[in-house]
Ligand binder design. Structure first.
Ligand code: AMP
Ligand code: GLY
Length: 421
């Protein structure tokens, strides 16, 4: 079977790498991919959000499965368009992708179906939103309703900051039309975890729990980023908590979506905060987390294709997963200036040397081939991933990988996995 992976990050490289290892797969394509996906398959010159272009190449190549990485094309309906021409596609339909595409939709959905989350209000009018914050007199979290590349959330420390965030999002349109409407919600405290389940509309197969590190600097300081590293498993998740996440969050979500006539297929990635040890949903994502996927793929022993294909076809009956490495951890190496603006085109040295180290796989994010060289082409450049017998060993191996790699201005966090080490 030929498989097409849509997207261009380290998540897509990790997926393409794992898919290429399947006996059932003869060729892997990536649209548009990066220098990493080109090492395991063939890159196509089609943008991830070019829905007609994706449909065209998938038909021309005769692919048997399309796996969609990022949320943009899902919210734009790429799954509906591919399934309409008979191509099995891993991901949710446009209607189901609203769980991520609209925070107001997801909050109302959770309220309606009794799924634990922070108390909130939805506002189309900045003055009304601000009046509510003033009345409460507490710092609140302000979220742009629509997709904002992970940057549409302000966790305010003061009432004034909450009011300023409402102005920035709604009046100054810091994230464009995504900020026409806002969700204002209660600020929760507790450790955050990433919980992924692969779904076929009614069934959900849980993947291993993981934890991301969104802040730029050690000690969880500095600005938010797309994610500076991740590891699995987080020590705060035990089988009892996993059972409670399945019973109180995942299954009611699947039942609710089916009841509302948009059954959920693909991967549901629930961002949870543990408040007094109990799960509360911060957000739904309708795609794999990045960099969580890199550690999940590093730990997964089973062939991933039956899982992806079963979900795409709406039938996960009989699919079972086995996990290999007890732990995995990844460290993101970023460009100088990230998460602000950054230079491109800087030569990267040492990827091969890092890949040769025990347990290490370098998944590439913002990289591009330039002749024989690999150069930087994005903010998050590499995701240096390692498996190990425990989180400690995975961390030592991943950091050995980081030390083997060099490009001008590279920076990374030194404390990934600190809650488990
Ligand atoms: P989201 O994109 O909704 O996950 O929000 C981005 C980040 O903001 C999350 O990973 C949390 O760290 C933080 N966050 C979101 N909602 C809340 C909340 N209600 N209370 C505290 N922090 C939050
Ligand atoms: N790692 C967080 C995300 O993918 O949204």
């Amino acid at each position: 079977m030929k498989v097409l992976v849509v997207g261009a990050g380290a998540r897509e490289h990790a997926l393409a790498h794992k898919i290429a290892a399947s006996e059932r797969v003869e060729a892997v394509y990536a649209a548009p991919g990066n220098a990493g996906t080109a090492r395991v398959g063939t890159n196509l010159d089609v943008a991830a959000d070019d829905v007609p272009g994706i449909v065209r190449v998938a038909r021309e190549l005769g692919v048997g499965l399309v796996v969609v990485g990022p949320e943009g094309p899902l919210v734009a309906g790429v799954v509906d368009a591919l399934r309409a021409v008979g191509i099995p596609t891993f991901g949710p339909t446009r209607a189901a992708a609203r769980l991520e595409g609209s925070k107001a939709f997801s909050k109302d959905f959770m309220k309606h179906h009794g799924i634990p989350t922070a108390a909130y209000g939805v506002f189309d009018d900045a003055e009304a939103a601000k009046a509510w914050v003033r009345e409460l007199g507490r710092p609140m979290v302000v979220k742009a309703d629509g997709l904002a590349a992970g940057k549409g959330v302000v966790v305010a420390a003061t009432v004034e900051e909450s009011l300023a965030a409402i102005d920035a999002i709604m009046l100054e349109r810091a994230h464009g039309d995504a900020g026409r409407r806002v969700v204002v919600e209660e600020r929760l405290e507790g450790p955050e975890i990433s919980f992924h389940v692969v779904c076929d509309g009614t069934r959900a197969i849980p993947l291993a729990a993981a934890q991301d590190h969104k802040r730029l600097l050690d000690g969880d300081e500095g600005p938010n980023t797309g994610g500076m590293g991740a590891y699995s498993p987080p020590p705060m998740v035990d089988p009892t908590l996993e059972g409670s996440i399945m019973d109180r969050v995942v299954l009611p979500t699947l039942e609710g979506m089916a009841e509302d006539d948009c059954p959920f297929t693909g991967v549901l990635f629930v961002g949870l905060m543990l408040v007094d040890g109990q799960p509360r949903v911060l957000e739904y994502n309708v795609r794999f987390g990045d960099p969580e996927t890199e550690v999940l793929m590093a730990r997964l022993a089973s062939d991933v294709v039956p899982l992806l294909l079963g979900s795409a076809r709406g039938d996960l009956e009989g699919v079972e997963l086995t996990w290999g490495a007890p732990a995995a951890l990844c460290v993101v190496m970023a460009s100088e200036g990230y998460p602000g603006s950054y230079p491109k085109g800087r030569p990267i040295h040492g990827i091969e040397a890092a890949n040769a180290l025990p347990g290490v796989s370098v998944f590439e994010a913002g990289t591009r081939a330039e002749g024989d060289a690999t150069v930087t082409s994005g903010g998050r450049v590499l995701c240096v991933t390692a498996s190990g017998g425990d989180v400690h060993e995975a961390a030592e191996r991943a950091y050995a990988g980081v030390r083997a790699i060099d490009f001008e201005g590279a920076h990374h966090r030194g404390d990934i996995g600190w809650q488990a080490r």
